[in-house]
Design a protein around this ligand. Sequence first.
Ligand SMILES: Nc1nc2c(c(=O)[nH]1)N[C@H]1C(S)=C(S)[C@@H](COP(=O)(O)OP(=O)(O)OC[C@H]3O[C@@H](n4cnc5c(=O)[nH]c(N)nc54)[C@H](O)[C@@H]3O)O[C@H]1N2
Ligand SMILES: Nc1nc2c(c(=O)[nH]1)N[C@H]1C(S)=C(S)[C@@H](COP(=O)(O)OP(=O)(O)OC[C@H]3O[C@@H](n4cnc5c(=O)[nH]c(N)nc54)[C@H](O)[C@@H]3O)O[C@H]1N2
Ligand code: SF4
Ligand SMILES: [Mo]
Length: 768
Amino acid sequence: MARVKLQITRRAFMKSALAGGGGLAMAGLGAGAGLAAPPARIIDGEPGWFYRGEIKRTYNYCDMCPWRCGVIVESVNGQVYKIDGNPADPKSRGMLCARGQGGVSFMYDPDRLQAPMVRTGERGEGKFQEVTWTEALDQAAEKIQAIADEYGPESIAIFGHTSGDFWLTDYFAQAFGTPNAAKPSASLCTSPREEASTLTFGLPVGGHEPVDWDYLKCLTLIGSHIGEDSRNTLMQDYTNAWARGAKVIVVDPRMSTVASKADYWLPIKPGTDTALLLAWMNVIINENRYDAEYVAEWTEGFEALKAHVQAFTPEWAAGITELPAELIAETARVMADNAPQAVIMPGRHTTWYGNDTQRMRAEYLINSLLGAYGRQGGFYFNKSPYIESYPHPPFLVKGTSGGCSAGPSEDVANAPLPAGPTGKHRADGVREDFLRGATAMQELIDPMISGEPYPIKGLIVYGVNLLNSIPDTERTKEALKKLDFVLVIDVLPQEHVAWADIVLPEATYLERYDELWTVAHKTPYIAMREPAVEPLYDTKPAWWMARELGLRLDMDKYFKWQDIEEYLNTRLMSVGSSLDKMREQNGVIIQKGKPYFEDYGNKSPFHTKSKKIELFAHELELAGLGGLPVYEEIEQPPDGYMRLLYGRHPVHTFAKTQNTPVLHALYPENEVWINEDLAAAQGFKDGDMVWLENQDGARSGPVRVKATQRIRKDAVYLVHGFGQNAPGLSRANGKGASDTKLETRYALDPISGGAGMRVNFVHLVKEA
Ligand SMILES: Nc1nc2c(c(=O)[nH]1)N[C@H]1C(S)=C(S)[C@@H](COP(=O)(O)OP(=O)(O)OC[C@H]3O[C@@H](n4cnc5c(=O)[nH]c(N)nc54)[C@H](O)[C@@H]3O)O[C@H]1N2
Ligand SMILES: Nc1nc2c(c(=O)[nH]1)N[C@H]1C(S)=C(S)[C@@H](COP(=O)(O)OP(=O)(O)OC[C@H]3O[C@@H](n4cnc5c(=O)[nH]c(N)nc54)[C@H](O)[C@@H]3O)O[C@H]1N2
Ligand code: SF4
Ligand SMILES: [Mo]
């Protein structure tokens, strides 16, 4: 494949890659149905007839996905017209992905929730009556108080995601005293990689994967599908590295977009990645291609690892992964030849098969053998920005929600340890079932049904798509029927909203202030969010709802601030800033990082017990979970079935943007990818409409067949987020098939508590 060897400048890339999808959408469809044309500039001191008023620019961070690029929002006379990337923001660098530009359309979606509501029909029926905020909040507080009085505060569970979740899942939960706060971005997403990282380095990966892109020479992606996973920064970084000639190795059972641009595509048999990783270690160690000096200085357990991998030859792995032994050896050599500017980028959604922490550890061990951590062009050490919390009395419990989008960490060092849903702790305070993981969201459902080990009676759902994000939706519905109280805070009439007792409609990110976004990065930084316009309808921000509930629940001492501006200005004072100063300084505060070993003097940057990279994990060995990763065989599809795989589409986020007018227009429904030859043998062709049925008889569809050579014969693939059953979503309802509804099973990772969802099998059924 011919390559442009010049460094693509970011401007040029924007024109070529990003503006293509997003820009076209905005030009073709307008910022939202029925909006007037954007205002034009003043010519020769006189506004033209088309002049509509002054353009107001406000700072924000995008909430169209959990990545949160810094943006500048342009509005005129209380109407938002345009969102641009903030050039000063380390994530957006002046650019956005299509979803980010779709934010205007998301805000003006006419299907939005418009007023607080109280249920009038049965749970799940979706019958509500509008009430005032006072009525809704009074009733909610009364219910929550009654449950806490009878069963204790821990019997209220709080699920949260999207960027206002800090106020509920972190702040409110800890102040109220419930340890049962959880985010899908932990146990359904990052918990294996975070757990593995903590075990190996004593450091989390953090929200932003610390790949030192500018100097990188070799990138390996295990399942990460950059380009479909359309995080703005990653697409920019990838394109620049690729244009510079960096080698790219992609391991994926499907030829993803990024695989089509790689030097090597390894179409691995699903679920066998750990075998490949062990064989790579075998080659790197036995051919003396590891960084011996680095390994001696910075790691512990090398001899045990060396002995461990002897049996795992490329020939052994070839039999398991269905990849040629020669290709396995060759790719290991390519990585080693480029070390330490060679990294296996930690995937983000890493809950795959239930043995995921060990797979992630295997990736980190290779990165360590290559000497990549703390080296230019490998991984930098990221650092959280310094800023003080708003002063408050000690919280009643320590935060456990975790996740890739946790709010700013609070100082809760002296708070008692949480009693998770099992309530069991080892003598050293570590939870028995999960080593250190954040509370696993999907594991909180059972106590709602069984009352064991103690009952969960109330549920607050903030910005979580309950029936599209957690596997085994029938079990979730059973739990929803049993609960004494369900409070939902959302912006759209999503499927789960129909199950609420009380619905509180939130103002979108373009209409509200919010907590500061503090990012652990090469250059630690703080970004702000302020409203571009007044909230539409009768909607309110999360900080206000959390405070109003808190005041009604005798939690006044945690809500001393009168309004959000006072809260934010007090925090910003600790870094010599304020909202006004931030506005003058491009909406971000950038601090100095400590990316490389040189920045630590004689101190070790690793926070493990040994202060080294623990190739051998003593803690896991002690817990009987194995100090070194091993390959474990997983269940294979029954005859006639294929494994259900899933991933992202570049213009959609999870199950939340399918109804957004401009994004819906770009990709209105998903398709089921199936190997072309296999489809033909089963009597299906490209474009056929089919239903998908899983091993337990669950069905979803109808969905269009995409017959392609770009996927193996043992798997099919769906873009996540479609197949919704929410009549209030006029565009998304009933379009395509849902991976979630076909995931009636999951495999629990014993180390991280993550839910592996790629353990379900489907077959195609002709549309009835
Ligand atoms: N457009 C868009 N971008 C997003 C998001 C979004 O919703 N929309 N969400 C963001 C979030 S929160 C996350 S967590 C990330 C997720 O993005 P990633 O971390 O990149 O996603 P994964 O789901 O881990 O990877 C999906 C890929 O794994 C491949 N795969 C499936 N099974 C296997 C296997 O056994 N082995 C290997 N090697 N590969 C396999 C699939 O074919 C697919 O290409 O995306 C982020 N970016
Ligand atoms: N089957 C399956 N399950 C998955 C995944 C998958 O690929 N397949 N991916 C997993 C991953 S990686 C992740 S991170 C999670 C994501 O899980 P979720 O975050 O639950 O996913 P979304 O569908 O984005 O749901 C966001 C919800 O927040 C609402 N919302 C949007 N903006 C706002 C706002 O400003 N305020 C409030 N209050 N609500 C708002 C949306 O309407 C929606 O109901 O899902 C996980 N679950
Ligand atoms: S990657 Fe796209 S959707 Fe996500 S925060 Fe950035 S601009 Fe918004
Ligand atoms: Mo995620």
